[in-house]
Design a protein around this ligand. Structure first.
Ligand code: NAD
Ligand code: TYD
Length: 339
């Protein structure tokens, strides 16, 4: 089985590459990644020499490069993680989100149509459902919840989802879509809440909490997410959407306090700052469908996963220090500057 994993140098994609090489030692995994600020080649160093792994630096919007790779590798499956993924950046500059997240998805699917494919899997987000109120803990997102987006990021992901489902209906492309909740774990880029707070707390810097800090996210340990996608690409039904997450809801402020406690740092580091524009209040997933159809449930409780994650950042300063200092961009320049 040949699988192209786009965005495999990012947070979830790299964890997925590791998972697949371990869980399916007879598969060939090809990572296609543009290496934007969020892609980190050093993350993939442990598998670079694996004969079943290949890394290709390319943009999913680049039709020629994508088609060349399809011709060379004749993939059976494409799993698309590649995206601009940070809500705050989408508020600053929506355009690149539309290009990568929507146009890039269409380029990949056109290549799938041209060369033939067993499965195209789109990694999406629960943010396409908008948000839920804090005073209705009985409400959860199901696959039938209407799309109702808040940010340029979630709108671009929703646009891509609709396009993927349209390619299934119009062209018969064998697609699946997963919409997952907030992931956390190793290799999470330190602009997102959990790694940002861990690293800033370690440096005794202020911890910027948006608004009242009561916004709720449903946290999913990244390994659980990778297992879910593995199940969906093998056993999921073509044309279907699967929600991935559930049972790990936490308010931002409680996470920040937990991180401070675990690191032995004072709560006086917490600084409440101006709220994010259009800030979604609560995300919560109902995972009944993926549980009933594919037997998946999240295995890692937040209380355990957050300790594992904090310990990983404590033990892997060599991974995040160059990112924080900007050195890793020099590394790309050295590796790829003239290519
Ligand atoms: P990330 O930002 O850590 O990584 C994105 C990767 O995509 C990077 O390696 C980057 O270099 C690459 N990339 C960006 N633009 C590209 C392009 N034009 N061509 C090729 N590669 C490109 O993101 P992540 O957190 O790992 O998220 C992966 C996917 O999961 C995204 O589609 C995101 O929308 C979705 N998702 C993430 C979360 C989360 O909590 N992180 C939650 C729900 C859904
Ligand atoms: P984030 O990790 O950006 O993920 P998303 O916006 O996709 O859910 O943010 C998670 C939550 O943490 C969100 O409610 C915004 C909040 N947040 C802060 O309070 N301060 C910060 O510095 C960041 C990055 C996020």
């Amino acid at each position: 089985m040949n699988i192209i994993v786009t965005g495999g140098a990012g947070f979830i994609g790299s964890n997925f590459v590791f998972h697949m090489l371990k869980a399916h030692p007879d598969y060939r995994i090809i990572c296609l990644d543009k290496l934007t600020y969020a892609g980190n080649l050093s993350t993939l160093e442990p598998v670079m020499d694996n004969p079943n792994f290949r890394f290709v630096k390319a943009d999913i919007c680049d039709k020629e490069a994508v088609e060349k790779l399809f011709e060379e590798e004749k993939p059976d499956i494409v799993v698309n993680f590649a995206a601009e993924s940070h809500v705050d950046r989408s508020i600053e500059n929506p355009q690149i989100f539309l290009e990568t997240n929507i146009i890039g998805t269409s380029v990949l699917m056109d290549a799938c149509r041209k060369y033939g494919i067993k499965r195209y899997h789109q990694v999406s987000t629960d943010e396409v459902y908008g948000d839920l109120p804090l005073d209705r803990p009985d409400l959860f997102f199901t696959e039938n919840t209407p799309i109702h987006t808040s940010s340029p990021y979630s709108s671009s992901k929703a646009g891509a989802d609709l396009l993927v489902l349209a390619y299934h209906r119009t062209f018969g492309l064998p697609v699946t879509v997963s919409r997952c909740s907030n992931n956390y774990g190793p290799y999470h880029f330190p602009e997102k809440l959990i790694p940002l707070m861990i690293i800033r707390a370690l440096h005794d810097e202020s911890l910027p909490v948006y608004g009242d800090g009561l916004n709720v996210r449903d946290w999913l340990y990244v390994e659980d997410h990778c297992k879910a996608i593995d199940l969906i690409i093998h056993n999921g039904k073509v044309g279907e959407v699967y929600n991935v997450g559930g049972h790990n809801e936490m308010a931002n402020i409680d996470i920040v306090k937990l991180i401070l406690k675990q690191l032995g740092k004072p709560e006086s580091l917490i600084t409440y700052i101006t709220d994010r524009k259009g800030h979604d209040r609560r995300y919560a997933i109902d995972p009944t469908k993926i549980h009933n159809d594919l037997g998946w449930l999240p295995e890692t409780k937040f209380a355990d996963g957050i300790v594992k994650t904090i310990n990983w950042y404590l033990e892997n300063e060599s991974w995040w220090q160059p990112i924080v200092s900007g050195e890793y961009m020099d590394y790309y320049e050295k590796m790829y500057g003239d290519k």
